[in-house]
Structures are given as C-alpha cells and as structure tokens.
Design a binder for this molecule. Structure first.
Ligand SMILES: Nc1ncnc2c1ncn2[C@@H]1O[C@H](COP(=O)(O)OP(=O)(O)OP(=O)(O)O)[C@@H](O)[C@H]1O
Ligand SMILES: [Mg+2]
Length: 252
C-alpha cells in the first residue's frame, strides 16, 4: 500500500494505442485499432467502471493496465511512473501488484486442482522472491471472500459458480495487490449472486485499501459500485460519469 495522497493515480494510460492483426495476417487492411490514443487515470482507492460496446477496447485496456500486454505506443504508468517494459524483473514485480480477473473462472482455474492448490500457486511463485518467507493465512483469506474452509481440499470442478468466482478473487488477493481489475468477472452469474459478489468487492476495496477497475455490461452494477465510470468507444474514452452520490452519500 502506498502512502500517497488519495487522488494520486495508481494506474494510468497516456495516449496508448494498440493494433491487432485480424487472424494474424500481415496485410495492412486487416488491422484492428483496439486502442486509439487512450488516456485515463485510476486514482488511489477508487472504483472506476469501464463501460462501452463490445469491441470498444475494454479488455485490451485491462491487459495493458495489468502489464500483460505492451501497447504499440504511449505509456502505461503505475504509481505515477511509466512502467519499464524492458526490465523483466521489475515487470514481474509490478505484475503481482495489479491483478486481472477474467470472466470465466472455470477456464482460469485448472478443474482438477483443489482450492488449496489454486491458492498455493501464486503464493509459491511470489514467496520464492519475498523475504522473509510468509505463511499464507488461509483462514483469513477464505473468510475475506466468504468461502467455507471445507472447500480447501475440494477440486475446482466440484465447486459452484459462485464458489469458483470467490476462489478466483481469493487467488487474486494472494500476492497482496494494490489494484484489482475485474473484466466482466460476474457476468456469468445470476443477478442476486452478482450483487453479493459486488458487495464483497466493495468490502475488499475498503478493508484492503484496494483500487479497482470494473469492466461490466451491467450498468446497475456499475452504478452500485463505481465512484466514476468511463465510457469507451472505438478505443477511446468518449464520456465520463461520476456517481451522483460519490461526494455526499458516503457512509464511512
Ligand atoms: N488478441 C487479439 N487479436 C486480434 N484482435 C483482437 C485481440 N484482442 C482484441 N482484439 C480486437 O480489438 C478490438 C477490441 O477488443 P476488446 O476485447 O478490447 O473489446 P471489449 O470492449 O473488451 O469487448 P467485449 O465487450 O466484447 O469484451 C476488437 O475489435 C477485438 O476483436
Ligand atoms: Mg472484453
């Protein structure tokens, strides 16, 4: 956790562009401009929603902000500094601080792995580098995502959709990230479960001092959770909306 001022940008994009080749062909006419000079800042402690039509660049932006893909041009920043893409070690360190959670937990998790194995994976990768070695507080982690400890020895394939989603969230927390990017994370679930998980995320953002980027097609969910929404279209930010009660309705 940083000690910076509350409105400091945890993540930022400055004029980033990203082009893909449709079907991997090299022909120029086959190029897709996924991001077209996009700029934005995600402030410390905020929940920022990204909305916009399919193909507007939301997931591409999320991968760039999670340092998983490098844009063709422009800069991605973390805690006010441009990230050093060439520095493999530094990038590895940065990647643990920003966790991207995808929509489909069944694909993100090996079905034969037990809950414990799923959670140990990032822990081992991270703890190898961390010193001193720290034990994972299983009970606390599971409690945070409201998962019953009895699921620890259970295989991922035998968990319900909601349990799987909580497991994926827990896994994202193992490396103690500063920011969580949720890409349509709850879309596959029924509305009441979405609302429950939304509340869970709200609680985590507060208790862990997380910064959160929420990509969703569900505008009610965006309104319920986000302090601010950015509307994307054709690889650009075209509109910004602040939550109407963001400054007055706080209950902290
Ligand atoms: N790896 C890729 N290879 C080729 N084209 C891609 C790739 N990733 C994204 N694109 C294209 O870039 C554009 C933006 O895609 P992106 O997935 O970022 O949009 P999105 O806003 O997340 O859409 P959705 O709401 O459907 O998830 C689309 O035209 C998409 O087809
Ligand atoms: Mg997407």
């Amino acid at each position: 956790m940083s000690g910076g001022p509350a409105d400091r940008a945890v993540l930022s994009a400055a004029n980033i562009s990203m082009r893909y080749r449709r079907g991997g062909k090299l022909s120029g006419s086959e190029q897709i401009q996924a991001l077209d000079g996009m700029s934005l800042e995600v402030r410390s402690g905020e929940i920022l929603a990204l909305v916009g039509p399919s193909g507007s660049g939301k997931s591409t932006l999320a991968r760039c902000l999670a340092f998983l893909e490098r844009p063709d041009s422009g800069e991605v920043g973390f805690q006010g500094e441009a990230v050093p893409w060439e520095d493999v070690l530094a990038m590895r360190g940065l990647r643990r601080r920003v966790q991207l959670v995808f929509q489909d937990p069944a694909r993100a998790v090996s079905p034969r792995f037990t809950t414990e194995q799923v959670l140990r994976e990032p822990q081992q990768a991270w703890q190898q580098r961390a010193s001193p070695q720290r034990a994972l507080d299983w009970a606390q982690l599971l409690a945070e995502v409201e998962l019953d400890p009895k699921v620890l020895p259970m295989r991922a394939r035998s968990l319900s959709g909601g349990q799987l989603q909580r497991l994926v969230l827990a896994r994202a927390l193992v490396t103690e990230p500063d920011a969580l990017l949720l890409d349509e994370t709850f879309s596959g679930l029924d509305l009441s479960l979405q609302a429950k998980l939304a509340n869970l995320v709200l609680g985590l953002v507060e208790s862990r001092g997380l910064t959160c980027v929420l990509i969703t097609h569900n505008s009610a969910l965006a309104e319920q959770l986000a302090d601010r929404s950015l509307v994307l279209s054709q690889g650009r930010v075209v509109d910004e909306r602040s939550a109407p009660d963001a400054s007055t309705g706080g209950t902290s």
